[in-house]
Each structure stands twice: as C-alpha cells, then as structure tokens.
Design a protein around this ligand. Structure first.
Ligand SMILES: [Ca+2]
Length: 172
C-alpha cells in the first residue's frame, strides 16, 4: 500500500505494507517528461502535467468530470525494475478526491481501460489529505515493466487529479 514516509511528515505505519529496503542512491527517476496517456482530460489539465516536474499552481492532471473509471499511464520508454512510485495528488483544492487508487505496472500500452494485464504494484485507499504532501508506494520485490498506471477503482464516480508522479527504477 501507499503511505506517507517522507522526512518531516507523519508516518502512519499501519498504512505501509512494504518498506523501501534498497538505498535511494541505487534508484533513478525515470518518468519525468515521458509520454503520458489518460482515459480523459479536463482541458487544460493535461496528462503530461503529472510528469512535468512542477508541483505548484495548476500544473496537475485532471480527468473529465464524467469519467467514472479513470486511469493515467506514463511510458518510461523501456522495461525497468520499478521499486518505488511517489505521487503528489492535487492538494491546493479538493485533496480528498484522491482515494481508492491502484498503481499497476505493465509491459504493453493499454488504453482500453482494462488494466487487468498489468501487475498490481500498490494500492491507496485514502482519502488523501493536503498535509500528507508526498505518497510513497514501495515494493521490496519490485516489478519489471515500462508502463506505470494509476487508476481509480472506487464505487462512486470520482475525478483523478494528480499533481506529480515520480517512478523510481533500479539504476542500470
Ligand atoms: Ca505537475
């Protein structure tokens, strides 16, 4: 599951299933500036805004209001061993919209919305609160893949709104 384990922030151990056991200096960020896809877009909150490196203002991705099964995908360009995904949901407004999310990793681009082929990397029940800032989703057993998806799996219609995503792979 995803939890809040960054320095200076609350650490709710009950939310963290996997603790990152690999040193941070053995990982590299592989998502910044890479191609992105999404089930819908509330223009101008484009899917690419979730990997633009900007965590302020309106540089976040937002799905369209009528999108009840939203997903967002980044293509990191090649299959890599993924150890960690960090997420900053939209926090300036409406942070609690981020809940009931899955992080999945796959090796083929799927835009149909059926991401069952992708391996489940982590889950986040939420709801997110703005003071949490950075959500860290760790796995000690890593997953090999090229496409990292965040999708909404809740029962009630909801937006996906993501300020920023970082994907951490083992350095080559
Ligand atoms: Ca951003």
């Amino acid at each position: 599951m995803c939890g809040v384990i960054e320095e200076g922030l609350p650490y709710n151990l009950s939310e963290v299933t996997y603790i990152n056991l690999i040193p941070q200096d053995m990982l590299e960020e592989v998502a910044q500036g890479k191609p992105t896809y999404a089930s819908s877009t509330w223009i101008p909150y484009y899917s690419s805004y979730a990997v633009d490196g900007i965590t302020t203002g309106t540089n976040f991705y937002a799905s369209a209001i009528q999108d009840t099964n939203g997903w967002w995908i980044v293509d990191i360009g090649e299959n890599r061993l993924i150890y960690k995904v960090t997420i900053i949901p939209r926090y300036g407004c409406c942070p609690t919209r981020f809940h009931d999310m899955e992080v999945r990793v796959g090796q083929n681009l799927i835009t149909s919305g059926d991401l069952s082929e992708y391996t489940l990397f982590s889950t986040y029940a939420g709801p997110y609160t703005a003071d949490q800032w950075l959500l860290t989703c760790d796995r000690v057993d890593k997953i090999y893949g090229r496409y990292i998806a965040i999708r909404y799996v809740g029962a009630v219609a909801e937006f996906i709104q993501i300020c920023e995503v970082n994907v951490w792979a083992l350095k080559l």
